[in-house]
Design a protein around this ligand. Structure first.
Ligand SMILES: [Ca+2]
Length: 328
């Protein structure tokens, strides 16, 4: 069994990613820990609880992690996942996730207990990881692996302004932008770390109809949950990324990172790079990207994914949502 900690700012694509983990018979989710991002930390925790309950996984514990960035001001954007992270559907679990124990302490305790055995997957800002690293500087080396949704991707040789590269303009990198200080802390530590950012994930647009068809043909609660919470979300994606035939579409960002962990064969391209932050002088936005090593490089090297087998990921999602409950 693969032991996993999932760190989530539970919005729509996080919900789908959580379902992939919850359905996998080879995955033991030791804990889901919330982080602010797509919504408040409080709602992120309750949404994770709701997703796991919907999947019949009441056995998976959810904890409250960080509610704000390390130093930066908390600025949420309700325009994509809604105020509640669930497309303003107002869905909530029967019992809200309590504020205690502190999710970061839970992470530290679990890593101590299962040193070298845990695959950590961060679907939101890297704040929980950074706070845990501040207490346990070798945290990443004590994890079996760390997979993070973030970075602009690997910069090309000689790129000194990655945001000027058209490839990077497909999207911003919300998770890193929310808490660049946390991202820098994580990027500065050695470990088996994989970054899978919007440069990859925004290539994977899925027609909303894909989910509607599965929900309608199976009537399974997890598939129905995704269609319920994604109506506004698909509206945002359809406006932002108009499709040639006008069909409604949506991103599945966090699922790609989960797929890269569960199904490494679906990673079509990745490089080992040190990471560096850049500041866009026009907007003041700061970004993290994998860069070519310099002579006598001393920075730790992490893995940056730049391509995936998107059809394979979609197949994995389809299989998962068509699989009848119970998943345990
Ligand atoms: Ca997320």
């Amino acid at each position: 069994m693969r032991k996993v900690i999932v760190d989530t700012d539970t919005g729509v694509d996080d919900a789908l990613a959580l379902l992939l983990l919850a359905a996998d018979p080879d995955v033991e989710i030791l804990a889901a820990v919330s982080v602010f991002g797509n919504t408040t930390g409080e709602r992120a925790a309750d949404n994770a609880r709701y997703v796991l309950d919907t999947a019949g996984r009441q056995d998976v514990p959810v904890y409250r992690g960080s509610d704000a960035p390390l130093k930066a001001e908390l600025r949420l954007n309700p325009g994509i996942h809604g105020e509640d992270g669930f497309g303003n559907t107002g869905l909530r679990p029967q019992i809200s996730v309590p504020t205690e124990p502190d999710g970061v302490q839970v992470i530290l305790d679990l890593v101590r207990e299962h040193e070298g055995e845990i695959d950590y997957i961060a679907l939101g800002p890297q704040t929980n990881l950074a706070r845990a690293i501040e207490i346990e500087p070798d945290l990443l080396q004590k994890l079996r692996s760390t997979t993070i949704v973030g970075t602009l991707g690997p910069a090309l040789y000689g790129d000194t302004e990655p945001w000027a590269d058209r490839r990077f303009r497909v999207s911003r990198d919300p998770n890193v932008s929310f808490d660049i200080d946390a991202a820098e802390i994580v990027a500065s530590r050695p470990g088996d770390v994989t970054w899978c950012g919007p440069y990859v994930t925004r290539q994977a647009m899925v027609p909303e109809q894909f989910f509607l068809d599965i929900a309608e043909s199976t009537g399974h609660a997890p598939a129905e949950l995704i269609t319920k919470i994604s109506a506004d979300y698909a509206g945002f994606y359809t406006r932002s990324y108009p499709q040639p035939d006008g069909h409604r579409t949506m991103g599945i960002n966090d699922s790609l990172a989960v797929a890269s962990l569960l199904r490494p064969d679906l990673v079509a391209g990745a490089v080992q790079r040190p990471l560096q932050t850049f500041e866009d002088p026009q907007t003041g936005d700061r970004y993290l990207a994998g860069v070519h090593p310099v002579k006598g490089e001393t920075r730790p090297v992490h893995r940056v994914v730049f391509d995936m087998d998107f059809d394979g990921v979609l197949e994995l999602i389809g299989e998962t949502l068509r699989r009848p409950l119970p998943w345990r």
